[in-house]
Design a protein around this ligand. Structure first.
Ligand code: SF4
Length: 230
């Protein structure tokens, strides 16, 4: 694949998983009542941010009425509210909100991708669907070559480690466990960092607090060799 733009085009035109393609399209037609007047994206959601990102954030999958509606990663839902607020505080985004394409958002030194680029029913992609989407994650990491990969959640953590093993990067044995703030060196100045996903399940229950989330981005900046905001 030639480059970042080609990759994003390949993602948006992918139709490999029939269940997910049908689900994204169905949600886009039915819509949520509060978004009835909007045109939903209803397709696989491309990566967001520059190829030369020093921090690559790996999420799980687009939300049905978030990125599947707006066509932009983490845009238009509560998880995104948390993520972009934290990115802005860490100097990794020019604004604290991300509501729709064309709102002026720019990521700085970071990019956002996902393990699965289509919104899955109940936010749970099948193993086979994650596998189908893995080549996109692989190409994203290969093109971006970020010094820091930040996995939001255990599934993203596992997928990145699987990719690292496939590339013969030095993955510790036994494979390191996911945790909030967990960190693994993957050789050659590459690090994998773990964070709880800013899902409502985690933020409403207090499993993930704002200071915890901010601390991870501070850690990511340090590992990526960026200036800290402190
Ligand atoms: S989840 Fe990934 S592999 Fe499956 S259809 Fe969507 S973009 Fe393609």
């Amino acid at each position: 694949m030639a480059g970042w733009r080609d990759l994003n085009q390949a993602i948006t035109s992918c139709r490999t998983c029939p269940r997910l393609v049908a689900h994204c399209s169905h949600i886009a037609q039915v819509k949520r009542r509060s978004f009835q007047d909007e045109d939903y994206w209803g397709l696989p959601v491309p990566n967001l941010g520059p190829k030369k990102a020093r921090i690559l954030i790996v999420g799980l999958a687009p939300a049905a009425h978030g990125a599947n509606r707006t066509g932009r990663m983490f845009t238009g839902d509560r998880s995104g509210d948390w993520l972009f607020r934290a990115l802005h505080k860490a100097g990794l985004a020019n604004q604290a909100t991300s509501t729709a394409s064309g709102d002026g958002l720019k990521l700085v030194d970071c990019a956002i991708t996902a393990v699965c680029h289509c919104a899955p029913p109940d936010n749970k992609p099948l193993t086979e669907e994650v596998k189908n989407c893995e080549p996109f994650l692989a190409t994203t990491i290969q093109l971006c070559r970020p010094p820091v990969i930040l996995a939001l959640g255990g599934l993203a953590w596992t997928s990145v480690l699987r990719f690292a093993s496939s590339q013969n990067w030095p993955v510790p044995r036994p494979r390191p466990k996911f945790g909030h703030g967990a960190m693994v060196s993957l050789g050659k100045n590459r690090h994998l960092l773990g964070s709880y996903h800013p899902s409502q399940q985690n933020t409403f229950t207090g499993r993930l607090t704002e200071p915890m989330f901010d601390a991870v981005f501070k850690q990511a900046r340090n590992l990526a060799g960026l200036d800290t905001n402190s």
